[in-house]
Design a protein around this ligand. Sequence first.
Ligand SMILES: CC(C)(COP(=O)(O)OP(=O)(O)OC[C@H]1O[C@@H](n2cnc3c(N)ncnc32)[C@H](O)[C@@H]1OP(=O)(O)O)[C@@H](O)C(=O)NCCC(=O)NCCS
Length: 214
Amino acid sequence: MKILAKKLIRKLARIYNLRYLFSVNKDNSLKAEGLLWRCKITCKGKGNKIIIKKNALLRNCHLVIYGNDNLIEFGERASCHKGEIWIEDDNNKVTVGDRTGLCGKIPLACIEGTRIQIGEDCLFSSDIVFRTGDSHSVLDSEGKRINPSKSIIIGNHVWVGNRVMIGKGVEIANDSIVGMGSVVTKSIGEGNVVIAGVPAKICKKDINWSSKRI
Ligand SMILES: CC(C)(COP(=O)(O)OP(=O)(O)OC[C@H]1O[C@@H](n2cnc3c(N)ncnc32)[C@H](O)[C@@H]1OP(=O)(O)O)[C@@H](O)C(=O)NCCC(=O)NCCS
C-alpha cells in the first residue's frame, strides 16, 4: 500500500512539474525532484536556479524572481504551503533545509544580493514575514543611505510561532523557539532559548522543543 502511494506521488510529481517547464525560460533552470502542487513561478532574468529536492512538497506557493544569478532551493522532504518567495536584484539565495516545514502564509523577501538561509528540521507556523531589506532607503543628514540589506540565517531545529516578523541581519541559533507575534530585529547568538516580544529578547534559556505533544 505504502509503495503504491509512493509510486502514485512520483507519477503526479512528473505530471504536475511538467507544467512549470514553461514558466522558466532557457536562460534559467528548474530542477524539481519533489512535487510542486498548484504553484506559480515568475522568473525574469538570467542564470536563476530553482532546485526542489527529492520528496520536497510545495503547495499553492508563488516563487518570484526579478534579477540574475539567484537561487531558490528546498531540501529533501522540506514542505511549504502558501509560501511566497520574492527575490529582487542579483545573487540572492533562499535555501530551506531538509525536513523543514513552512506551514502557512509566509512571505520571504530577499533583495540586494542577500541570503535567507533556513536550517534543517525547522517548523514555521503561519503569517511569518522575512525581509532581508527595507525596499526603500533610510538616509542620514548628508543623504547617505544607512539601511543596507543583510542576510537572515536561521539555524537547525528552530520553531517560529504564529505572526512573527524577522528583519534584516537576524541570526537565530539552533534548537530555539521564537514566540508568537514577535518582531526580531537583532541576532540572538545563543541556542536553546525562547525569544519573544517586540523587539524580541531572550525570555527562557536551556530549553528545547518537540513537534510531538509528549
Ligand atoms: C514561545 C512559547 C512556545 C513559549 O512558551 P513557554 O515556554 O510556556 O513560555 P512562558 O509562557 O513560560 O513564557 C516565558 C516568558 O516569556 C514571555 N513570553 C512568552 N511568549 C511570548 C510572546 N509571544 N511574546 C512576548 N512574551 C512572551 C512570557 O510572558 C514570560 O515572561 P515572564 O518570564 O516575564 O513572565 C509560547 O509563548 C508561544 O509563543 N506559543 C505559540 C506558538 C505558535 O505560534 N504555535 C503555532 C503552531 S506551529
